[in-house]
Design a protein around this ligand. Structure first.
Ligand code: HEC
Ligand code: HEC
Length: 491
């Protein structure tokens, strides 16, 4: 009994130590995660590769409610790890209003040819996407219009924290915070979210290509894979389509054999959307708009991986309007018979052969096989791995350990530099085994408050006139010109 209590206490203490702490000398691996050899698509731009430091900063930003104007909403409020970084709600609540479309899953965003983002592809890159929600009046409220604060307001707030200057310095080499750096760090974190431990991946690794039957699949799962992948033959003919008591008799392109051709738009093994895809005929209007204002602009979907969670339950309602949680029902309603709306001049021709409405005539057995297959595309690790989890402690704080401003961290390790006293109220001394070339005192906004060329071994700096707060002391060695940065607290 006593032992159990002790162990429980130990676990609790260990948890408290770990939660809310970022050890800059011991970061999670984001930059060199293992990627299966058959995964070849990658939209990472050469100007923003994923680094451990950048993605760590991105993770803190992603979970930080300070990114919203009233400090109540973070990216993770609408993109929840437990739901594959989507939201179980049809529309998500932002600071000022609900979203207009359903939140998208952020899984394997990197592993895709399409470089435009959002359902309607209005963001031309992930880097351009990531600050949009912050500047959106409904979502996070830093729009600079309608009484909202502007983006500089956010930068000021982040600069005033104890941890962001250190994290930005670690990621980008200096403490100054800019919109570009925020967008890049968030994009790195989003690109780091990967899911490749599904049943599909276990099977795919054992065979030469996607189309071969997978040895680890059931008969139905393999049949579902073939249905998803193969194209179909069709005839143009008059058919009566069962429509819940209101059957339609019309001329259609009716599938007579073969698969359902889903893979031509949702392309394995990444299951990313074909960049050429037009809309799929799902034309629900924006949240709150009348049914007459149909949407024909949505030509993107997230990867079809992780539609369901490891228990086979749907992660979040499907399609841009988040209309259904029923995987089979949603697919049947959207793809079995493709009505062509007279205003829709952006429908993908794959769903209207020769201009006729496509009737796939999916049987109940085929539907169940397709569902069985789609469920094999879900991973496990991405739902629980702490590297993508909330880094803040219960009080909304982050403690940085493992060094000073990290990029310069170890350069002068052997010189045994000391700064004392720290915290300081009037004067502090820098001592060490080096020839001091320059000492700079930098505030948390990255501004240099004092710069001294001491030309000496030890030096005492007077900062009695400085305001209280956190400063950084940058020390440069005369001979090697290497630098080291120490945090200094002014009382
Ligand atoms: C209030 C809810 C909400 C918040 C907060 C929010 N998002 Fe989103 N996110 C959405 C919705 C809704 C969409 C789809 C919008 C659309 O297509 O019009 C979306 C789409 C995206 C996409 C596009 C995915 C794709 O595959 O095209 C990315 C990336 C993304 N969000 C990242 C973020 C980041 C990073 C933040 C924080 C800075 C954030 N989101 C904050 C609701 C939210
Ligand atoms: C012509 C290209 C195309 C084909 C073919 C196609 N899709 Fe789609 N699919 C899309 C587009 C575009 C969307 C996003 C539509 C929207 O929500 O407005 C989408 C969305 C989806 C979604 C919802 C994804 C989400 O994150 O909510 C599912 C599920 C889906 N498709 C399954 C299928 C299946 C199964 C097939 C084969 C029967 C198929 N698709 C065939 C283009 C296509």
């Amino acid at each position: 009994m006593k032992k159990t209590v002790q162990i429980t206490l130990l676990v609790v203490v260990a948890f408290l130590l770990i939660s809310g702490t970022i050890d800059l000398n011991n970061l999670f691996n984001y930059a060199n995660q293992s990627i299966p050899s058959y995964i070849t698509k990658d939209n990472t731009p050469s100007t923003n590769p994923v680094t451990d430091e950048g993605a760590t900063l991105g993770r803190v930003l992603f979970y930080d409610k300070k990114l919203s104007s009233n400090n109540t909403i973070s990216c993770a409020s609408c993109h929840k790890q437990e739901f594959a970084f989507s939201d179980s709600a049809q529309f998500s609540q932002g600071v000022n209003d609900q979203t207009l479309r359903h939140s998208m899953r952020l899984i394997n965003t990197r592993f895709a040819d399409e470089t435009k983002f959002f359902w309607d592809e209005r963001a031309t890159s992930l880097e351009n996407q990531t600050t949009e929600p912050i500047k959106d009046h409904r979502e996070m409220g830093y729009s600079g219009a309608n009484g909202d604060p502007n983006f500089q307001g956010l930068i000021n707030e982040l600069s005033a924290t104890t941890y962001y200057p250190t994290l930005f310095n670690s990621a980008f080499g200096d403490v100054t915070i800019t919109e570009e750096k925020i967008s890049k760090a968030l994009a790195q974190f989003v690109r780091s979210i990967q899911s490749f431990d599904s049943k599909y991946d276990v099977g795919r690794a054992q065979v030469a290509n996607h189309s071969t039957n997978f040895p680890n699949y059931t008969v139905d799962e393999n049949a579902g894979k073939t249905l998803f992948t193969d194209n179909f033959s069709y005839v143009i003919q008059t058919a009566t389509i069962p429509q819940f008591g209101d059957d339609i008799t019309t001329t259609v392109a009716q599938r007579i054999s073969g698969g359902l051709n889903c893979a031509s738009c949702h392309r394995p093994p990444e299951f990313d959307i074909d960049p050429q895809s037009l809309n799929n005929g799902f034309d629900r209007p924006l949240n709150g708009n009348p049914i007459s204002q149909r949407e024909f602009t949505n030509t993107r979907s997230s990867t079809l991986r992780d539609l369901t969670n490891p228990n086979g339950l749907i992660n979040s309602p499907m399609f841009h309007a988040g209309t259904t949680n029923d995987l089979g029902g949603g697919i049947m309603a959207n793809y079995n018979f493709k009505k062509i709306h007279s205003d829709n001049n952006n429908l993908d021709p794959r769903l209207a052969p020769e201009g006729y409405p496509l009737y796939l005539n999916i049987t109940n057995q085929e539907k169940n096989q397709l569902i069985a297959f789609l469920k094999t595309l879900s991973g496990n690790d991405v739902y629980t791995n702490p590297k993508w989890s909330d880094p803040f402690d219960q009080n909304g704080n982050i403690t940085i350990i493992g060094g000073t401003l990290s990029t310069f961290d170890n350069e002068l390790n052997d010189k045994k530099i000391k700064i004392y006293p720290n915290p300081v109220s009037t004067k502090f001394t820098v001592s060490g085994n080096l020839n001091l070339n320059e000492i700079q005192i930098i505030n948390s906004l990255g501004q240099i408050c004092k710069s001294i060329k001491p030309d000496n071994i030890n030096y005492t700096v007077d900062i009695s006139t400085f305001q209280t707060g956190i400063y950084y002391v940058k020390i440069e060695d005369k001979i090697s010109t290497k630098v080291e940065i120490h945090k200094l607290i002014k009382k």
